[in-house]
Ligand binder design. Structure first.
Ligand code: C2E
Ligand code: CA
Ligand code: CA
Ligand code: CA
Length: 276
């Protein structure tokens, strides 16, 4: 048993070491990618449920690693955060997304994801202000998406940070709504312009799961009461789109309407000019 224990320990240590080594190499690669063109944004359309028109696009970080190919943001963003690079990269994302959106039709919005780590510290408001000024993007055309994770840390600092951002005229969006345990409670913490209903409920409601239908119904009623817009996330089929439309969701987003694509692949007709 002792042998096995030691063996197991050695294996564990080795595994840990390899993973740390792996992350260290990835971190070096991220630093390099920052200077080059490995890091980029993809944009996914958000559709008005009634008119079917594209009313916004969500910017999603993409990293094409020279050897490993595309690495999903869920995997590399934690590494970026551990390496202390999230502010640098997050700032770049905001500036890039604003510059891109400034080339679109004048009422199309752009949504940018903000992690809890980015929200701590006063730098974010300065970055947003700088990006808006540099690109002359109307503040109301910028949406900042946060998940309820941002409320897990220092609450007072988070609320102050959100309030400062809202003071700039940008729209705050509560992402992955319903996925956590306290979504309803968090909704009253800050003044959100919109909530995004997590894909799991969209899927469940379309499959006729009674609890999912009831929860989506309740979310939409609450949002309506609070004057908060709603977007259904991860809509993959017409059946899912139809259910969310019927339940009264304002906007729809998902592969059914369009996958995230790089800026140069966006439909030309929806762009104001071709500056870039
Ligand atoms: P999220 O904010 O919930 O973004 C939606 C994710 O769902 C995206 O994955 C998108 O590609 C995917 N998706 C969209 N429609 C569908 C669909 O119909 N079906 C399915 N199965 N998936 C769909 P992605 O691009 O891999 O991003 C994953 C997460 O990484 C995001 O989740 C967000 O939390 C984070 N992330 C992405 N870009 C950034 C960024 O620039 N900054 C920060 N802080 N986080 C980011
Ligand atoms: Ca999001
Ligand atoms: Ca989401
Ligand atoms: Ca999600």
């Amino acid at each position: 048993a002792k042998e096995a224990g030691r063996g197991g320990h050695a294996f564990f240590e080795r595994y840990m070491f390899d993973e740390a080594e792996d992350n260290r190499l990835l971190e070096q690669d991220v630093r390099q990618a920052l200077g080059g063109d490995g890091l980029g944004l993809a944009y996914q359309p958000i559709i008005d449920a009634d008119s079917g028109e594209v009313v916004a696009r969500e910017a999603l970080l993409r990293w094409r690693h020279p050897k490993r190919g595309e690495i999903p943001p869920d995997q590399f963003i934690p590494i970026i955060e551990d390496a202390g690079l999230i502010h640098q990269i997050g700032d770049w994302v905001i500036r890039e997304a604003c510059a891109e959106a400034a080339t679109w039709g004048s009422d199309m919005r752009v949504a940018v994801n903000i992690s809890a780590a980015q929200l701590s510290g006063a730098g974010l408001a300065r970055t947003v202000l700088g990006a808006l000024a540099a690109t002359r993007l109307e503040p109301s055309r910028l949406e900042l998406e946060v998940t309820e994770n941002v409320f897990l840390g220092d609450d007072a600092a988070t609320l102050a940070s959100l309030e400062r951002l809202r003071g700039l005229g940008v729209r705050l969006v509560l992402d992955d709504f319903g996925k956590g345990y306290s979504s309803f409670g968090y909704l009253s913490r800050a003044q959100f312009a919109k909530i995004k209903i997590d894909q799991s409920f969209v899927r469940g409601a379309a499959e006729g799961a009674k609890d999912c239908v009831a929860i989506v119904h309740a979310i939409l009623a609450l949002a309506r009461g609070l004057g908060v817009e709603t977007t259904a996330e991860g809509v993959e089929t017409e059946a899912q789109a139809e259910v969310m439309r019927l339940l009264g969701c304002d906007q729809l987003q998902g592969f059914h309407f369009g996958r995230p694509v790089r800026a140069n692949e966006l439909p030309r007709t929806q762009r104001q000019d071709s500056r870039r």
